[in-house]
Ligand binder design. Structure first.
Ligand SMILES: Nc1nc2c(ncn2[C@@H]2O[C@H](COP(=O)(O)OP(=O)(O)OP(=O)(O)O)[C@@H](O)[C@H]2O)c(=O)[nH]1
Length: 223
């Protein structure tokens, strides 16, 4: 067995309710058939081989608007990004566009981005105009596809697989591929752990503590 020497981070971003979790879990269950683990219900790990090289995959599924963002400095620290919007929600596309802008301003220019429209089964109630999508796609150099996590997981697997190949190739070129990075789970656990410790000190006299929603069930949400 070869030593694990490369790691790839993919962050799945977008506003709440667009189907990020559905997409992430559909992708993992189809692609890795159960061979993945979930530390928090937003952080997933698995491995795959590319040529001869085993690659450790870290996937972070995090809403750009939720409470994790406050503790997650890694939002834009990834090798590739999936930015999700819903074809039925114009607001989610505006958020996606902002995310793409942020990624382009904070990461190397060759960082692969997949702009992913979800809920294509609801095409008949589409509100995001195709011309607008094309404009963003061309302006920021993203790959683009539209899928239905509910009805056609194969399209998700194909889209993310192409993104991963792109990411592996740009990692290879930039020579970062041999770096063993701390996994997202390790990072997130550490950061959430710090927050909990800080919170429990701050809130010691209060009986009812505010907690983050953490579950160990990767298939928590269904479509
Ligand atoms: N019609 C339809 N509904 C979908 C699809 N994908 C997800 N949904 C539904 O959209 C809702 C939100 O899905 P989630 O996967 O929880 O979305 P999310 O982006 O992870 O949301 P947050 O956890 O709030 O950030 C759920 O009710 C899903 O069942 C899809 O392809 N088609």
């Amino acid at each position: 067995m070869k030593t694990l020497c490369a790691s790839l981070r993919i962050n799945v971003l977008g506003s709440k309710g667009v189907g990020k979790s559905a997409i992430t879990v559909r992708y993992l269950t189809r692609r890795f058939i159960g061979e993945y683990s979930s530390g928090l219900d937003i952080s997933y790990q698995s491995t795959f081989t590319h040529g001869d090289t085993p690659i450790k995959l870290d996937l972070l599924d995090v809403s750009s608007q939720d409470e994790y963002q406050a503790v997650c400095h890694d939002l834009y620290d990834a090798d590739a990004f999936v930015v999700v919007y819903s074809v039925t929600d114009k607001g989610s596309f505006k958020v996606a566009q902002k995310e793409v802008e942020m990624i382009r301003s904070r990461t190397p220019s060759e960082t692969p981005i997949l702009l992913l429209g979800n809920k294509l089964d609801l095409e008949h109630v589409r509100t995001v105009p195709r011309e607008e999508i094309l404009r963003v796609k061309e302006a920021y150099g993203c790959a683009h596809t539209e899928v239905s996590a509910a009805e056609c997981p194969v399209m998700i697997v194909n889209g993310i697989h192409a993104l991963i190949l792109d990411a592996v190739s740009s990692l290879g070129h930039s020579g970062r591929c041999i770096k063993r990075r701390r996994s997202l789970f390790e990072n997130m656990s550490r950061k959430l752990g710090n927050v909990f410790r800080r919170k429990s000190l701050d809130e010691a006299p209060v009986t009812k503590k505010k907690t983050f929603r953490i579950s160990h069930n990767a298939n928590r949400r269904s479509v």
